[in-house]
Ligand binder design. Structure first.
Ligand code: AMP
Length: 215
């Protein structure tokens, strides 16, 4: 199963991707996570990407296309993958299509998570995650069951993304509507798009996604 989770920052792509990983045993390919790892490791790509990410802009298409092509070539992607945060431009979508065609593969589903802007800003502003396993939490409505301890792995280390603040979020949203939202039309025309209410309860969103992937 090869699918794309499409939606603005804070729509729940990462959280739903983690759930799909657990249920279907296929990897989550998050270009944001890959780029943050490159920034932390201070690689050439990381050095180039850092300021762009901090400003809420997009890293150049060639850079992310190359990262994704390398990652999809790895063995754990043979049975499928969940793309989270890629593609983000029409050029990336074309590059992905060409890549999959070369590999004799095709996308099964593109699932758009629709969420109102004011909800997105609130969600992203209070977001933090486990530094060990990446489980996502929120200051207001999704704290760990035991304070300071990750529900999933028991780690006591948490982190916040530098770009998860109201100011950068506004820039990320502008970028989304300008560069990424045209992909809704792109995949609609190809007949692969399904849109769901990303404002429903988290479990309901998961069930809507499951219904789509089960066909
Ligand atoms: P995310 O974790 O998906 O919200 O991504 C964080 C940041 O990484 C974005 O705001 C961009 O600066 C960069 N980024 C992630 N994925 C892409 C992509 N497909 N194309 C360009 N930039 C990306």
């Amino acid at each position: 199963m090869k699918l794309i989770l499409l939606g603005p920052p804070g729509a729940g792509k990462g959280t739903q991707a983690q759930r799909l990983v657990n249920r279907h045993n296929i990897p989550q390919l998050s270009t944001g996570d890959m780029l943050r790892a490159a920034v932390a490791a201070e690689t050439e790509v990381g050095k180039q990407a850092k300021a762009i990410m901090d400003a809420g802009h997009l890293v150049p298409d060639e850079v992310v296309n190359a990262i994704v092509a390398d990652r999809i070539a790895e063995d754990d992607c043979t049975e499928g993958f969940i793309l989270d945060g890629y593609p983000r431009t029409l050029k990336q979508a074309d590059a992905l299509e060409a890549l999959l065609e070369r590999r004799g593969q095709h996308l099964d589903h593109v699932i758009e998570l629709k969420v109102d802007d004011d909800v997105l800003v609130t969600r992203v502003s209070g977001r933090f995650s486990c530094a060990n396993c990446g489980t996502v939490y929120h200051d207001v409505d999704r704290l760990p069951k035991v304070e300071g301890t990750c529900d999933n792995c028991g780690s006591t280390e948490f982190k916040r993304r530098p770009d998860d603040n109201a100011e950068t979020m506004r820039s990320r949203l502008r970028t989304y509507y300008k560069e990424t939202s045209p992909l809704v039309g792109y995949y609609h025309c190809k007949g692969t798009l399904r849109s769901i209410d990303g404002m429903a309860a988290m479990d309901e969103v998961t069930e809507s996604i499951e219904e789509i992937v089960k066909g």
